[in-house]
Write a protein that binds this ligand. Structure first.
Ligand code: CA
Ligand code: CA
Length: 299
C-alpha cells in the first residue's frame, strides 16, 4: 500500500506544489503525519512561541489523484487513524480566546495509555483521534495550511474520525490532497488554542466523484451528516453552514427551503468547530436517517 512520509509536507494548500505521489480513484493510501508543531515540542519546557510559524501545521502531501479534474468531488473515507503515545497541548500569552484574560504561555504533555488521554491524575478520557487539517488545493491561491476555507484544510472538525467520510472540492487536476494536525482528542471550539496535538498515521480511501452536487466540505460521521463552513466571523460561518444544509435538503427531498429551514431547528444541531484559527469554522449536523427516509443515497 502506498505510504506517504511525514518528511514530505507542505505549509500551504496550493495549486503550485508538486505532488509527492500519485494514486488512482479507489486506492487506499497511508499518510504519516507530524503533529501541528512539526514534532518540535517534546517536553514541557518547549514553548509554542519558540517554534515559529514556518513550522506550524505541516500537512503531508500533496497526493495527486489520477483523473480528478476541476468540478469533481473527492470522497475521502477515513479507514483508520493511529496516534503516537504522547500528545501536546499549549496555551499562549497573545493568541486565542483566553489571551485577553491573562493566560500565560504553557506546554502540557498528554500521555496516551491504554487508549486513554491522561490530563492529570484525576482526569483521563478515551481518545477519539481526529484530523484537524485535511484539504485539497484551491484553484488559484496559496492558502496557509492553518487557514480553513472552502477547500477544507484546518477545519478542526472533531467528527472527522475513523469511519468518517469527507467530501472535498476538486479545484485543480489531481485534487492535490494533503493532511496533518491530528488530535488524540479535541473539544468543540478548540477554545484553549490546541487539541491534544499528536503525530500519527491516517489510512484513507480516495474516490473521484463526477457530477456530484453536494456542498463541500461535507462530512458523514457516525449517525450524522454535516456541512462545514468557514467565514470571517462565527456568526457568518454559522449562517453559511445552516443555509448550505437547508438548501441541500430542499434540493434532495420534496421539502421547500422554508420547510427545510424549520427542519434544521426541529432535528439538527449547529456546532462550533473552532474559534482560534485565522477564520472561524462552524458545522450543521443533521441525523442521516432523515435522508434515508427520503431515499437519498450518499455516493
Ligand atoms: Ca488545527
Ligand atoms: Ca491542532
Amino acid at each position: 500500500m502506498l505510504k506517504l512520509s511525514c518528511e514530505k509536507s507542505v505549509l500551504s494548500m496550493s495549486p503550485h506544489h508538486p505532488p509527492i505521489a500519485m494514486a488512482n480513484s479507489g486506492d487506499t493510501v497511508i499518510f504519516e503525519t507530524k503533529d501541528c508543531f512539526s514534532n518540535l515540542i517534546q517536553c514541557e519546557k518547549d514553548m509554542f512561541s519558540s517554534i515559529g510559524w514556518d513550522r506550524v501545521n505541516p500537512a503531508t502531501g500533496p497526493l495527486y489523484i489520477n483523473g480528478a479534474k476541476p468540478g469533481d468531488v473527492l470522497k475521502v473515507e477515513i479507514v483508520d487513524i493511529i496516534v503516537a503515545p504522547q500528545g501536546t497541548m499549549v496555551t499562549s500569552a497573545n493568541l486565542g480566546v483566553f489571551a485577553p484574560y491573562g493566560t500565560e504561555e504553557r506546554t502540557k504533555i498528554i500521555r496516551v495509555e491504554n487508549d486513554r488521554a491522561i490530563f492529570n491524575e484525576k482526569i483521563s478520557i478515551p481518545i477519539d483521534p481526529m484530523i484537524g487539517v485535511i484539504g485539497t488545493a484551491p484553484a488559484d491561491e496559496d492558502i496557509p495550511t492553518g487557514t480553513p476555507g472552502t477547500h477544507g484544510a484546518n477545519m478542526d472538525c472533531h467528527r472527522i474520525t475513523k469511519g468518517a467520510v469527507v467530501y472535498l472540492p476538486v479545484n485543480v487536476d489531481g485534487a492535490l490532497l494533503a493532511m496533518g494536525d491530528l488530535h488524540a482528542l479535541m473539544g468543540d471550539g478548540e477554545v484553549g488554542m490546541s487539541g491534544v496535538e499528536i503525530p500519527g498515521e491516517v489510512t484513507v480511501k480516495v474516490t473521484v466523484l463526477e457530477n456530484y452536487d453536494i456542498p463541500t466540505p461535507f462530512v458523514i460521521s457516525g449517525n450524522d451528516v454535516m456541512t462545514v463552513c468557514t467565514e470571517e466571523t462565527l456568526m457568518q460561518a454559522s449562517a453559511s453552514a445552516s443555509v448550505a444544509m437547508a438548501r441541500f435538503i430542499a434540493a434532495n427531498t420534496d421539502m421547500d427551503f422554508e420547510d427545510a429551514s424549520m427542519l434544521l431547528s426541529f432535528a439538527g444541531n449547529l456546532c462550533t468547530n473552532q474559534i482560534v484559527d485565522p477564520l472561524m469554522t462552524a458545522r450543521y449536523e443533521m441525523p442521516k436517517w432523515i435522508f434515508d427516509a427520503y431515499g437519498y443515497e450518499f455516493r
